[in-house]
Ligand binder design. Structure first.
Ligand code: C5P
Length: 357
């Protein structure tokens, strides 16, 4: 029976880039946050004498061969497991295909989860434990395979609020934020991630950023992220409950202070890609300005480019504030999506859809 899996989008709550490395990648420090928005990936797998993969999608822009991240992930997983099987993967695109939301990377992890369920592997649905040393063999292998498929694939094996360092593939769960309203704008302009990194290199050269200075900056920022999220746990108890989600408790009088405000990151968080992407696509800077709504009563808590774009997002205290941002975008001729951030427990508990018949 096919297994249908939700494949959620992510945003980056800031992204800092270092100088280019010898391996062709860049060191970075970012906080990934999963969103409620999702594609649906359906997997059917039957053990067979030889492996054969087939991939289909409702969206013709999705590659249906070994270029597809879901295909790569399933092929690598079968090899690592020493299993041969006939596998069919169907990707029902609901998310915009514009970059920045990690949709293709999430599809890869959803295909893996579907494959595991189909093969009857006894893997638990949930984030691996914090310490790599305590991971079991398969948990380590799937993190390694995910990193081979792409730098922002492993984050989807954790979900919720996730610190990403090294080239973005080294991930660690952070205390989750309670859900906040999010507006995602998906402008039609395309941004090439490798090109954005090359533009960053040119900027580094102009500004004389050395690899050592770049690494020092990243170390400092990843420490700042980790301590901001650790400090955001309210006094008088962790308040994380069984879900691990930061919460002030339902009985607190007055308006609930957003956990995002308590992290303190709103005062300093930034996405380095904006420096190179906005100068090439000024329309994206304008969309950020509209999302921010500065000076209005419905102003965003935070608005910025996600990854290298072209998707942008705004986070809002209330649904009304988010709706107001959507209206502002609409008045400028820009469609958008309304969603919420998705904590880790909900990410895992809602991952499997009712089995398809
Ligand atoms: O890992 P992924 O396949 O997503 O990376 C695509 C490209 O983006 C890489 O080939 C590299 O050019 C660039 N990249 C980078 N530094 C990173 C992640 C990606 O330079 N940390």
């Amino acid at each position: 029976m096919p297994t249908a899996v939700r494949s959620h989008a992510k945003i980056n709550l800031g992204l800092y880039i270092g100088a280019p490395r010898l391996d062709g990648f860049h060191g970075l420090a970012t906080v990934y946050q999963t969103l409620e928005l999702y594609d649906v990936v359906t997997v059917t797998a039957l053990r067979a004498a030889a492996t054969a993969l087939r991939l289909t999608s409702n969206d013709s822009r999705v590659p249906a061969d070994s270029r597809n991240t879901a295909w790569k992930m399933v092929a690598l997983a079968l090899t690592a497991l020493g299993v041969t099987a006939v596998v069919e993967i169907h990707i029902e695109k609901r998310l915009p295909v514009q970059g920045g939301l990690g949709a293709g990377s999430a599809n890869a992890v959803a295909a893996l989860i579907g494959l595991e369920a189909e093969l009857g592997l006894a893997t638990s649905l949930g984030a691996p434990s914090f310490e790599r040393s305590s991971l079991d063999g398969w948990e380590t292998t799937r993190l390694d395979i995910a990193a081979q498929v792409g730098s922002d694939v492993p984050l989807f094996l954790i979900g919720g609020t996730v610190l990403g360092v090294d080239r973005g593939q080294q991930v660690r769960p952070l205390p989750d934020l309670e859900p906040v309203w999010c507006v995602v704008a998906t402008p039609s302009v395309g941004v090439s991630t490798p090109q954005a990194f090359r533009d960053w290199d040119a900027l580094c050269e102009q500004e004389g950023l050395t690899p050592q200075a770049g690494q020092d900056k990243l170390n400092e920022l990843s420490r700042a992220y980790a301590s901001a999220f650790a400090d955001s746990i309210p006094r008088g108890g962790p308040g994380t409950g069984s879900s691990g989600v930061l919460s002030l408790g339902e009985d607190r009088a007055g308006p609930r202070e957003s956990a995002l405000v308590r992290t303190g990151i709103l005062s300093w968080v930034a996405n380095d890609f904006e420096r190179v992407v906005f100068s090439q696509h000024p329309s994206l800077a304008e969309i950020k300005r509209i999302l921010l709504g500065q000076g209005t009563p419905e102003a965003a808590l935070l608005a910025m480019l996600s990854g290298s774009g072209s998707a942008l997002f705004g986070l809002y205290k209330t649904r009304g504030d988010a709706e107001a941002a959507r209206q502002r975008l609409l008045a400028a001729g820009m469609a958008s999506l309304l969603t919420r951030t998705l904590p880790r427990l909900a990410y895992w508990s809602e991952m499997l859809l009712e089995q398809a018949h």
